[in-house]
Design a protein around this ligand. Structure first.
Ligand SMILES: O=C(O)CCC(=O)C(=O)O
Ligand SMILES: [Fe+2]
Length: 248
């Protein structure tokens, strides 16, 4: 790791939670409600992006490595962080959850799902851990030219937080080309709708993990979402995935 990378990871991130709190949450919430996804512009600085991406080769930070081609997940690889998470991720995860839980609770109410999420991430993690979902799910993904991530849902057990966040750590056009973040939405008895989410380095996308409510003429119904990444045409692309439930 370079000196700059080390320094910006060690710096206390008290300001990161404040930065998350200062995002335009009414706007983000409105987009999540209408589209099932929302962009969080400049969530991380380019330095923070480089510092996180630079962790990839250092296995001391991770509990496992997945080669996507071996599982039919696509092509490319990712690693799940181990606990304790690096400071930046340890601070980002509860800060984002604190805002997203309100959306999650409203969505469940609209979909007639009885589960409610506590206001603090620590309380939700306790619920996961007590049910045997104790392994950390934040992950770092690495794609090279020709790689892609098949449409999927990040479900890791009975307990599911219905929203997740992915942060683009690389700069499109400079570090890689292609590699678009894609969401599809399947409505009951209808064909699927695709959405390509334009992201710059440091931007994040918040999106529904598997279901979201859509207001129809005859009430609210549930749509089924999947996400993935189109083929990387050139270069290298890194993403930080923040999933709020832990895994079995
Ligand atoms: O690389 C991406 O943009 C998507 C990563 C992903 O599937 C995730 O964060 O769950
Ligand atoms: Fe994913």
């Amino acid at each position: 790791m370079t000196m700059t990378a080390r320094k910006s990871l060690q710096k206390p991130f008290a300001d990161l939670a404040a930065h998350v709190d200062a995002l335009d949450w009414p706007q983000i919430t409105a987009e999540l409600d209408s589209q099932g996804c929302a962009v969080l512009k400049n969530l991380l600085t380019p330095e923070q992006c480089r510092a996180v991406a630079a962790l990839y080769p250092d296995d001391a930070h991770f509990r496992s490595r997945i080669v996507m081609g071996r599982h039919g997940f696509g092509r490319g690889e990712y690693k799940y962080f181990s606990y304790p998470l690096p400071d930046l991720i340890a601070q980002l995860r509860p800060a984002l959850y604190g805002h997203l839980q309100a959306v999650a609770n409203r969505w469940n109410e609209a979909m007639g799902i009885e589960i409610r999420y506590p206001t603090a991430h620590a309380a939700f993690l306790k619920r996961c851990h007590e049910a045997g979902q104790a392994r950390p799910t934040p992950l770092l993904l690495q794609y090279e030219a020709g790689d892609y991530n098949c449409l999927h849902q990040d479900l890791y057990g009975e307990h599911v937080f219905p929203l997740q966040v992915a942060i683009l750590l690389s700069e499109p056009g400079r570090d890689f080309t292609g590699g678009e973040f894609v969401l599809t939405e399947q409505r009951p008895r209808m064909q699927s709708r695709a959405e390509v989410v334009p992201l710059m380095q440091g931007d994040a996308v918040a999106f529904a993990v598997h279901h979201r409510p859509v207001q129809g003429t005859r009430g609210t119904y549930r749509v089924n979402l999947r996400h993935g990444v189109s083929r990387i045409r050139s270069g290298q692309r890194h993403t930080l995935g923040v999933i709020f439930h832990d895994a079995k």
